[in-house]
Design a protein around this ligand. Structure first.
Ligand SMILES: Nc1ncnc2c1ncn2[C@@H]1O[C@H](COP(=O)(O)OP(=O)(O)OP(=O)(O)O)[C@@H](O)[C@H]1O
Length: 261
């Protein structure tokens, strides 16, 4: 198995305070990770580094065999798919769903005068079908519901066949039906032999799709636990991470958590 992400003693200091501290973490190419932690724990910062958008203050980070700080980040970034609410803000409201996905090949948001090959159009059709967006292909991004936007952003993120897929809260703010549909799509995608390594951030264990293999729990910039799901996602570790007694249940590959009585 090849390592696609490796953090060694990573530290990020902001306003004189460590927001990531002593982080050691590695992701293999067949892994599907979930990152869980309370607000402000450092989850988005972790993803910013893994997507080669941010350099740590100290420590060493290797992404897709390239060391941050030595390699050209513009060579690394196109190999990573990243779907986040920050990305959503960059998509013009009048961009169609089709063009939102298609333009991923040029890493631009907003179609202008780029020329695309037939192969790009075929790949777009394939990805739109895979993420059940065919019927929305000509709709503009600004008219989509939250769930449709999330789906479109994930389709855009996988359009370039990335070697690493990062998803920042893919099912946050979705209604129950939209959440369950999206989780089912993520489960299908993650089960494919062709899917890349996946890392997704979430606030809720209920939003962990079936098929996730590993969990990283983080609190105040420090890893509480990181490893195979069965060992790391326990009531005791969740309790430590969120700072209150929690019960955890597992049924049919899915988790639920609530305050312990
Ligand atoms: N530029 C900055 N200057 C000062 N503090 C910062 C800066 N950027 C991030 N932080 C702080 O770092 C901490 C971690 O932020 P981060 O966004 O990574 O957390 P998170 O776990 O993703 O939170 P959330 O779940 O609320 O999205 C927060 O306390 C945040 O306020």
């Amino acid at each position: 198995m090849a390592e696609v992400v490796k953090f060694e003693d990573v530290r990020v200091i902001r306003s004189g305070r460590p927001i990531l501290d002593g982080v050691n973490w590695s992701v293999d190419e067949t892994d599907r990770w979930v990152i869980l932690g309370p607000n402000g724990a450092g989850k988005s910062t972790l993803l910013s580094i893994a997507s080669a958008q941010l350099h740590p203050t100290s420590g060493q980070v290797t992404i897709l065999d390239e060391q941050l700080g030595r390699a050209n980040v513009f060579d690394i970034r196109p190999r990573i798919g990243f779907a986040s609410s920050a990305m959503a803000k960059l998509i013009p409201e009048d961009e169609t769903v089709r063009n939102t996905v298609l333009t991923a090949g040029y890493a631009v948001a907003g179609r202008w005068n780029e020329s695309y090959d037939e192969i790009d159009n075929e790949q777009t059709d394939r990805v739109l079908a895979e993420w059940q967006l065919e019927n929305l292909a000509e709709r503009t991004f600004g008219t989509l519901s939250d769930g449709e936007r999330k789906r479109t952003l994930i389709a855009r993120a996988v359009m370039t066949d990335p070697e690493l897929l990062l998803l920042d809260e893919p099912s946050a703010s979705l209604d129950l039906g939209a959440r369950e549909n999206l989780l089912a799509s993520l489960t299908d995608y993650a089960a494919s032999d062709f899917a890349p390594a996946i890392v997704m951030v979430t606030h809720h264990v209920e939003e962990i799709p079936v098929g996730v293999t590993h969990a990283l729990l983080i609190r105040e910039g420090k890893i509480v636990t990181a490893g195979p799901l069965a060992e790391s996602l326990t009531a005791a570790n969740l309790t430590e991470t969120f700072g209150l007694p929690l019960d955890l249940t597992y049924h049919g590959g899915r988790f639920a958590a609530r305050a312990a009585n």
